[in-house]
Design a protein around this ligand. Structure first.
Ligand code: 4NP
Length: 155
């Protein structure tokens, strides 16, 4: 059965779609497209149905990474069998996931897997417009996360 990785932020328009797109590219490049299914969602309903923020789309296209997803909110089925990797962008998202799903096994913050970034949270670029900095953190975390998932799942 395929492994699922779900990236979660507040609005699902800035950080988690960026992580989804970056991670999907890493997964595809590793030839693991059918083994690891990648998705993202927001804890809030604020932006349901909207495309990614222009800042996220700009930074992704600058790095040659496609993305055409639309924002959605997390739902109970996102943790249906307890095997999905739920990857929060910051501590608020982590707490919200814990509140909804309880102490599930694969609940982490993305930057737990980063090798260079210091700090625990991917800062929200919605107000700061710092999408390039966020990209560097997300890329760092996603590389470490893929290594960890491959080790854990023998892929
Ligand atoms: P995201 O950024 O959680 O990275 O998608 C935000 C998007 C929208 C809002 C806050 C953060 N908002 O308050 O609408």
């Amino acid at each position: 059965m395929a492994v699922r990785v779900l990236f979660v932020c507040l609005g699902n328009i800035c950080r988690s779609p960026m992580a989804e797109a970056v991670f999907q590219k890493l997964v595809d490049d590793a030839g693991l497209t059918d083994e690891i299914l990648v998705d993202s969602a927001g804890t809030s309903s604020y932006h349901i149905g909207e495309p990614a923020h222009p800042g996220t789309r700009r930074v992704l296209s600058h790095h040659g990474i496609p993305y055409d997803g639309r924002a959605r909110q997390i739902k109970p089925e996102d943790n249906a069998n307890g095997t999905t990797y739920l990857i929060a962008m910051d501590s608020d998202n982590l707490e919200e996931l814990r509140r909804r799903f309880g102490d599930v096994p694969h609940l982490h913050r993305l930057l737990e897997f980063a090798t260079h970034a210091n700090g625990h949270d991917v800062p929200d670029p919605y107000y700061t417009d710092n999408f390039d900095y966020v990209y560097r953190l997300v890329d760092d975390g996603c590389r470490g996360l893929l290594d960890a998932v491959r080790r854990q799942e023998n892929l």
